[in-house]
Ligand binder design. Structure first.
Ligand code: WTA
Length: 652
């Protein structure tokens, strides 16, 4: 099927269906389609009533005056209300009798295990929050966190939330330049890092990257350094302080700051197809209520759950469903520091068995890698503690879904395929495990309060199975409030493509049962191993090499990573193409952006296909990278001779 106005066609047909297992449905929060449908209809008809009741399950220092103020594209949720997300994650849980319950169950890559109760986390958060204050951090100051997956990362986030200092977490796999860009954009004067972190048996030099970044900007006044690996790192006097020194003298008494519901909770940088990374701005009250309720219903959280989300906290999944949404439900959250295949390919299954994990949430890219390694790795372990499985980050191929269902879930566990974005704050389209009949490859139905639709360019709803743009018609509490410092881009990117609605940038179709099937990004962000990388950032990294004149990158399909990067590079005059140069450029991208961004293929070319206005035609490059020739529309191309040159220079 092909829809002329959106140009998106759907060719996928998947007929297998899996009703919720009856024994799961019997104990679930939401127990059937009738209940889902009634609640969903009510949440759309009376959003203020619905979300007001959800918010009342949590603690507020002052009740809101109004649940929602909506003036397209700006929403305010719970205006006039005062709350604190760290209070709800910790103090409220202790008041509810969960103080001695494990909050964070952590396993380091080398194998050590730490259990921190809600009371332990509360104490450490209060001490670190007081420590941050002693260093000069005030409400509204942005704190950059560049850390390994250790409990102290969650503690630092909660400490920031407790005193109203927005955090900006940078994924530990990113390089010094990524830190510089984000520190400057966020105007952040404070950083927290570690001497290093473990990844696949070796040490990631986090502090060294921070030092390199700080040499390029003088914004950073204080750097707190956690001793994680114990290696020697230079400490710059006056700027660098050890975490253990900061907390040693700090009091464990730190009342949570009552914050406006719309107070900025964090910035999280994500890639766009053009320009620099954008700082997605999330606020306190609405985000709290949305992540709380969506985690409760989608993962069907129960007091004895040992919940494990394998995402790094550096991504939004870690913010919403490792830390905030999970702890404010009072359950045990497992955190693992390292790589899935260290020391062997059964590490995840070993962790599930030893810690009796009940709910497991991971990414399709990881599942594809596991599938490839063979069933013997999971089959060595007892996975009978598992009750529910989840995925997030990209469309899951039906075959990977079936593998997950059969080999990991033993055909007993419902699978929740959750569709959402950094911008949405929490999952918007997902099965509810005790209610929804699932289909391999479909994220199924909208969560409560979510009015999702498939439309063409004019905003007209599309018929069943016709591909179009995925949009959300009404505001929801967890939605982004803006792109930091760039109002124009916020309006253009999310609110201008289709009038009057939130434009997600994904294409999708809805089938005859009302299930949504996501077809991918409309723009050309490249998604490597579940992580979004903007073409502009990778291109800038290539061009920063002294011998490169120009570069364009596109995504090409990759069995394991979902997508890999193919780069087209024009060298400066005098520089000669060679295999050694390819290697050098690959390493250069790794150093400037992180290993994730290393191109899989590099092709040298004398020129790039561009439109008259100078825009690179990536679509043509994709064709060349995947098929070796161009068949598509070339009418806007400026110089035709480039295509034949590119096609003949086809080499790996
Ligand atoms: C894609 C991750 C299909 C989608 C939480 C979206 C998905 C982008 C799914 C956001 C899913 C995420 N099925 N596609 N279940 N989940 N995506 O900001 O293209 O890293 O727009 O947020 O990932 O990626 P982000």
């Amino acid at each position: 099927m092909n829809d002329a106005s959106s140009g998106i066609s759907s060719m996928m047909k998947e007929l297998r269906v899996f009703p919720p297992p009856p024994e799961f449905a019997r104990q679930a929060h939401i127990r059937g389609m009738d209940q889902y449908k009634a609640l969903h209809a009510r949440s759309l008809k009376d959003p203020e009533g619905f979300w007001g009741e959800a918010a009342a399950e949590l603690h507020w220092f002052r009740k809101w005056d109004r649940v929602l103020d909506w003036k397209l594209p700006d929403s305010k949720w719970f205006a006039g209300g005062k709350t604190n997300l760290a209070y709800n994650c910790l103090d409220l849980q202790i008041q509810r009798g969960r103080g001695d319950h494990t909050a964070i169950l952590w396993e380091g890559e080398p194998g050590e295990v730490r259990r921190l109760t809600y009371r332990d986390v509360h104490r450490e958060v209060c001490r670190f929050a007081n420590g941050l204050r002693q260093l000069g951090v005030r409400q509204g100051d942005k704190v950059t966190l560049y850390m390994p997956m250790v409990p102290e990362l969650a503690i630092a986030m909660l400490a920031c939330a407790r005193i109203g200092a927005p955090h900006s977490v940078i994924f530990g796999g990113f390089s010094a330049q990524a830190i510089v860009d984000r520190v400057i954009d966020a105007e952040s004067h404070y950083m927290v890092t570690a001497d290093g972190g473990y990844r696949r048996g070796s040490v990631v030099p986090l502090k060294a990257n921070v030092d390199e970044a700080c040499a390029k900007t003088n914004l950073v006044k204080k750097v707190v350094v956690l001793k994680r690996v114990g290696q020697d790192v230079p400490m710059k006097s006056g700027r660098d302080v050890w975490w253990h020194d900061v907390v040693e003298s700090a009091s464990a008494d730190c009342p949570a700051e009552p914050l406006d519901a719309e107070h900025m909770l964090y910035l999280l940088y994500t890639s766009g197809s053009t320009g620099k990374p954008k700082g997605i701005h999330h606020t306190t009250g609405g985000y709290m209520v949305y992540t709380y309720l969506s985690a409760k219903y989608i993962f069907d959280l129960k007091p004895d759950d040992v919940y494990w989300c394998t995402a790094d906290i550096g991504w939004v999944t870690g913010h919403s469903y490792v830390v905030y949404g999970i702890l404010c439900n009072g359950v045990t959250c497992l955190m693992y520091e390292g790589a899935p295949n260290h020391p062997a390919w059964d590490r995840f299954w070993d962790i599930i068995q030893r810690h009796k994990v009940t709910k497991f949430y991971t990414a399709p890219t990881a599942l594809r890698a596991f599938m490839r390694q063979g069933d013997e790795h999971p089959n060595k372990h007892n996975l009978s503690s598992l009750k529910l499985l989840g995925t997030v980050g990209e469309p899951i191929n039906p075959e990977a879904w079936m593998w997950y269902h059969r080999v990991i879930g033993k055909e007993r566990c419902p699978i929740v395929d959750t569709w959402w974005q950094t911008e949405t704050g929490g999952a918007l389209i997902s099965p509810l495990p005790g209610a929804t009949t699932t289909k391999p490859g479909s994220a199924t139905m909208p969560f409560f309060g979510i009015d999702a639709d498939i439309v063409d360019k004019n905003g007209t709803s599309q018929a069943a199975n016709v591909g179009g743009f995925l949009v959300i018609r009404k505001p929801w509490p967890g939605m982004l409030r803006g792109i930091y410092g760039d109002r124009e881009r916020f309006e253009r990117q999310y609110w201008s493509e289709v009038p009057g609605v939130y434009f997600a940038g994904d294409s999708a179709r809805r089938d005859e049962d009302g299930c949504f099937w996501i077809m991918g990004r409309i723009d050309d962000v490249i998604k490597v191993a579940g992580h979004r990388l903007g073409t502009a950032e990778v291109e800038s990294a290539l061009v920063s090499h002294p011998k490169v004149a120009e570069a364009a990158v596109v995504g090409i399909p990759h069995d394991l990573k979902g997508q890999a990067i193919a780069a087209f590079v024009t060298l400066r005059v005098g520089a000669a193409p060679s295999d050694a140069m390819k290697k050098e450029l690959t390493e250069h991208v790794g150093r400037t952006m992180g290993a994730l961004a290393k191109p899989e293929q590099i092709r040298f070319t004398d020129a790039l296909p561009k439109t008259r206005s100078g825009k690179i035609m990536r679509r043509l490059l994709v064709e060349i990278a995947t098929k070796g020739e161009v068949k598509g529309d070339t009418t806007t191309l400026e110089d035709f001779s480039i295509l034949s040159k590119l096609a003949t220079k086809d080499e790996e």
